[in-house]
Design a protein around this ligand. Structure first.
Ligand code: S3P
Length: 178
């Protein structure tokens, strides 16, 4: 039985990588945010608006517990998932964890064009997004760094780059004996 969690900052490409990796490893794929949106019939932004971040984190924790029982699956988590409650322990106990890591400058470039559906950064200006990400990532890395595998990625701006990333993660997973 295989269960693999992809963790890492917003915009790093967890979902894109996860979908492709799931095909390569013949596993099913779950995006935790999409799982939440279809379960609650609301977008992540609507949940933040209605229940605040605290309410969202409760829902996220419950949903993570549900998906942590599914077998033979790759789960792309939200950027904050590992950083609340005992979510990181749960993931490390129930599967293999992969921290998909990128430089703040690459994350800022990606998030500047895709920030609208992400309530934590939706209102950041072009000037404030980079310092915000740098600080936020510093706060979050102690959680992310507890992953079984830390995998550095560049901007995933070509199919070749994406394929290299996916193949590289698959190789690292192979080396793990747990
Ligand atoms: C969040 C990341 C988002 C989503 C929510 C909060 C975060 O997921 O869960 O907006 O706290 O970093 P992505 O990492 O898929 O953008």
């Amino acid at each position: 039985m295989k269960r693999i969690y992809l963790i890492g900052y917003m915009g790093v490409g967890k979902s894109t990588i996860g979908k492709r990796l799931s095909k390569l490893l013949n596993l099913s794929f779950i995006d935790l945010d999409l799982f939440i949106e279809s379960k609650y019939h609301k977008s992540i932004s609507e949940i933040f608006e209605e229940k605040g971040e605290g309410g969202f984190r409760e829902i996220e924790k419950k949903s993570l517990q549900e998906v942590s029982e599914i077998e033979d699956v790759i789960i792309a988590t939200g950027g904050g998932t590992p950083c609340f409650f005992d979510n990181m322990e749960l993931m490390n106990e129930t599967g293999k964890t992969v921290y998909v890591k990128a430089e703040p400058s690459d994350l800022a470039a990606q998030l500047q064009i895709s920030k609208r559906k992400r309530p934590l950064i939706a209102n950041k200006t072009a000037d404030s997004i980079f310092p915000f990400i740098t600080n936020h990532l510093n706060e979050r890395e102690p959680f992310y760094n507890r992953a079984d595998i830390i995998f550095n990625v560049n901007k995933l701006d070509s199919i070749t780059e994406l394929n290299n990333t996916v193949n590289g993660i698959a190789q690292e997973l192979n080396k793990l004996t747990k």
